[in-house]
Design a protein around this ligand. Structure first.
Ligand SMILES: Nc1ncnc2c1ncn2[C@@H]1O[C@H](COP(=O)(O)OP(=O)(O)OP(=O)(O)O)[C@@H](O)[C@H]1O
Length: 244
């Protein structure tokens, strides 16, 4: 059972470019944390480290106080929704069975609906073939198939990288509510620029210059923090568009 994830003095660089620099972060079971940072700060790099696609150049990542590399069922524990989900040239059903071979059709329809694909499914059956890399469906639909897959997998730790990518505003609120319900008894790491989804986390960690510079509830962040500047910028943009 997952209890604790710990990045301890992790340093990672691509060629000469340092991305993470003595990075420290602890995430406990059931915590719901958003990682906020400007583009290129290393949020996706963090996910790749967690997936063990890359390894720290120094420092270590611990899961339940053991090295992440020693956790045998790590891939069962975590589920990642990334921006580059792989869609197979098979039916919707097969694309979902990859996540959970025991899933029943009833569960698949429920997961598709929770992921915001109710309307999409009104004209299709589970046998609909998605095409090579999902060429018969839109980018947003691909992202939501990937979300449905994650819902069916039901991992202990959920990592969401821009989960609302391709979700249009009309169903956004519903999808956010569904994700909120889904992660209620799970550990969540969320990366997003969309403010509606950030509301499902309890805490925000701000990534800047390879480190977490602030972590805490919204009110605990300083007035001039990147987090508050992000929120303010979004608010001002909304106001400006309303006016225009
Ligand atoms: N394979 C790679 N080789 C070299 N540089 C890379 C590689 N992958 C990413 N980078 C660089 O590392 C930095 C961090 O990338 P990363 O994708 O982790 O950022 P991010 O915070 O997720 O950005 P965004 O919010 O735009 O998705 C970026 O400057 C990026 O250009």
């Amino acid at each position: 059972m997952f209890r604790k994830l710990e990045f301890s003095n992790v340093t990672f660089q691509y060629k000469n470019k340092k991305i993470l620099d003595n990075f420290n972060l602890t995430i406990k079971r059931d915590e719901k944390l958003a990682i906020v940072g400007s583009s290129g700060e290393g949020k996706t790099t963090l996910i790749r480290l967690l997936l063990r696609y890359i390894s720290p150049h120094s420092g270590e990542i611990f899961v339940n106080k053991k090295s992440i590399n020693e956790i045998e069922d790590w891939y069962k524990m975590i589920g990642v929704l990334s921006q580059r989900a792989h869609i197979f040239n098979r039916s919707i059903k097969d694309n979902l069975l990859v996540a959970n071979p025991n899933a029943k059709e009833k569960d698949m329809y429920k997961a598709l609906e929770m992921a915001g694909l109710k309307k999409f499914m009104e004209t299709k059956t589970l046998d609909f073939v998605l095409g090579d890399e999902g060429k018969y469906i839109s980018g947003g639909e691909k992202a939501r198939i990937a979300l449905a897959r994650l819902l069916l997998r039901n991992p202990e730790i959920v990592i969401l990288d821009e989960p609302l990518e391709g979700v249009d505003k009309l169903v956004e609120r519903e999808v956010v509510e569904n994700i909120k319900e889904f992660v209620k008894d799970k550990t969540l790491i969320l990366i997003s620029h969309r403010f509606s989804i950030l509301s499902i986390t309890d805490e925000f960690a701000v990534l800047e210059n390879g480190k977490i510079v602030e972590k805490g509830k919204y009110d605990e962040h300083s007035e001039n923090s990147l987090l508050k500047r992000f929120f303010k910028a979004e608010e001002e943009l909304t106001k400006k568009f309303r006016k225009d």
